[in-house]
Every structure is written in C-alpha cells, then in structure tokens.
Design a binder for this molecule. Structure first.
Ligand code: DAH
Length: 344
C-alpha cells in the first residue's frame, strides 16, 4: 500500500511538472485528488489494515495529498503569472509615439481686437453698455441731434423696417439710451461694442454690416483735454508707445466741437507710404464734446454736466493692426484666414 502511494505521488508530480496549460493541471487534480481517484481508492482499502497500521497509513495518505496539492497550487500560480506576463508583453504601449492632434478653434480676429479694446477701457474705469440692433429712429437719429430731414442723415444710408424703426446705423444710440436711463443725474463712463448696419455695397472697405465701439464720458468739468488724453492713451496702448495722435476738426451732429483722430503711421513712422497714402497719418476714429442739445434731450443740464464721446470701427483697427487688406475676410470666415490668428 505504501509503495502504491509513493508511486501515485511520483506519477502525479511528474504530470504536474510536464503540464504547460491550466487545463492540464485541472485534469491532474480531478484524476488524483477527486472522489473517484486512486488515492480515494487507497483510503477505502484501509478497512483491511490492522489498528496499529491504520493511523500511520492515514497520515501517509494525507502527506501524499498535501504534497500533490501544494505542488499543484505552485504550478497554477506559475502558469497564471506566465499568462499575465505574456499579455503585458503583447500589449506594450510605446509612450514615445506622438499623440493624435486635437483640432482646436481660435478667437475670431475681430473678437480678439474688441476684447483688447474693452480690456483697455475697463482698465481706465469704463463699463460695457449694450443696446438693441433693431433701433428706434428716435435713438438712432433724433436724440443725437439729427431731426427728421436733417441732411446729415444721408451720411448713414439706413435699412428702415418701418418709418420709426430701423437697423441701427451706429452704436451712438446707446449713448442716448444710457444718458436717458440715468435721468440726467450722475457720471457715465461706458464703451458700447456692437453690430451696425448700412445700405452699402460690399467691397474691400465696405460691408453692409460691421462693428463699432462707442465711448461716452459724462461728468462735471469734462474738457476737451480729457478726450485728448484718453485717445492718446488708447492709441499708444493699441498701436505702440511711439504713436503720435493728431486731432483734425470735423463735423458730427451729436458733438461740438467734433474731431477726427489720426495716428502717426506705424508702417513708415510718418515718412509717407502706401498704408497712410503718403500723408504719414492714418485716420482711426471720430470724436468730440457731447452737443448741448444731446445732453438736454437726455435730461442733463449742459451748464452742470459735460461729456465727450468717440466712435471707432474695430474692423479698421484690426485691418491696420494685422495688415488685412479686405474687410470681407472678417465675414467670409475662411479657416485659412482665421487660423492665422491663433493665440498661443
Ligand atoms: N457715430 C459715428 C459714425 O458712425 C461715429 C462717432 C463719431 C461716434 C463721433 C461718436 C462721436 O460718439 O463722438 O460715423
């Protein structure tokens, strides 16, 4: 009996050693340790043994079972580890491979310029104000000292919706609305960016829809020198510290006196070139001291409050800043154009 057990143990261990798959090991376990296996059979034969021999033989059977069992477990663990290692080797990731590029969008150049101008004026204490694009004739013209039939209305060819409603031709109506809301009391310091519309044929320098940024300051003791200082700061921050400004007399119905501001040409530094048409100066915006009629119509007493205003076109500023030669590029949105303005 003892010899038979030794034999079974050696047989089983040899098979375990030879096994190369988990399934084979399971077969060995069922065959040798299972209820119908040879070791169980040996146990059944114990009844014929003498009382002294029985415990010794019992212990021996247990030893054999345990030896097979523990060797089996070791081998299972070995094979499982091998499977994991094989998998890891097969799935190796090359971390040096370049990643797949992710397509990102970018700020529209007009948005970027408008935000830059907004930031600049917010830094000087201005707030942003907005108004409707579908506007009343009253705010677009009348409240700005442009009564019906005024010849200066022709300067801004308009899209009328009804006799009294139109697409705003400029952002100046936001001035009139803001002053009126204040009820003729207290200071105002705003800039108003937004879309405006004119009945123009589109070409390299005209668009039937474009952007404007309006500025308005109302307070006691506001003078022309305040306007000049503000415009100077704006020009230098926007176009470089070495920019000079020049104010030329002009006419707007809502300001008196009115001016147009030029900056010294950033291409030729005043010598004269194609960009400045040989003059050394580039026109940037219109401005002036708020007309007493405009103040009065909004409820302000011109003897107590004064103000200055200015209006500019961000397209023109973006065209100068980035050397864009056609305003239509801003509205046709060719990605090859837009991608050039990706911010780092
Ligand atoms: N609204 C004028 C335009 O569209 C621009 C302008 C000029 C606005 C002078 C102003 C200003 O506030 O003071 O042509």
């Amino acid at each position: 009996m003892e010899a038979r057990l030794q034999e079974l143990q050696q047989e089983a261990l040899a098979k375990i050693e030879a096994a190369s798959e988990l399934k084979e090991l399971n077969d060995v376990r069922v065959a040798y340790l299972g209820k119908k296996g040879p070791i169980t059979e040996v146990l059944r034969g114990m009844g014929q043994l003498s009382a002294e021999e029985r415990p010794r033989m019992g212990a021996l059977v247990n030893e054999v079972r345990e030896a097979i069992q523990s060797r089996l477990e070791e081998k299972v663990a070995q094979l499982e580890q091998a499977v994991i290692e094989q998998k890891l080797a097969a799935e190796t990731i090359d971390v040096t491979l370049p990643g797949r590029p992710v397509q990102t969008g970018s700020h529209h150049p007009l948005t970027a310029v408008i935000e830059e101008i907004e930031d600049l004026f917010i830094g000087m204490g201005y707030e942003i104000a907005e108004g409707p694009e579908v506007e009343k004739d009253y705010y677009n013209f009348e409240a700005l000292n442009l009564p019906k039939g005024h010849p200066a209305r022709d300067m801004q060819d308009s899209f009328y919706i009804t006799d009294e409603v139109l697409l705003r031709t400029h952002t100046s109506p936001v001035q009139a609305r803001t002053m009126e809301k204040q009820g003729g009391k207290g200071p105002i310091k705003i800039i108003c960016p937004g879309k405006v519309y004119r009945r123009d044929d589109d070409d390299a320098t005209h668009s039937h829809q474009f952007m404007q940024i309006e500025g308005l300051v109302i307070d006691k003791n506001i003078r022309m020198s305040d306007l000049k200082g503000t415009l100077q700061t704006f020009a230098k921050k926007m176009f470089g510290d070495e920019r000079e400004i020049r104010l030329r007399p002009s006419f707007f119905p809502f300001t008196e006196p009115s001016v147009e501001m030029d900056i010294s040409c950033m291409m030729c530094h005043g010598k004269g070139c194609g960009t400045c048409k040989g003059t050394g100066w580039i026109e940037i915006l219109g401005a002036g001291m708020v007309h007493p009629n405009v103040l009065r119509m909004a409820g302000y007493d011109p003897a107590e409050y004064q103000g200055f205003a200015f209006g500019m076109g961000p397209e023109r500023i973006a065209m100068l800043k980035y050397g864009v030669d056609d305003i239509r590029h801003f509205y046709t949105n060719d990605v090859r154009f837009l991608q050039q303005f990706k911010r780092a």
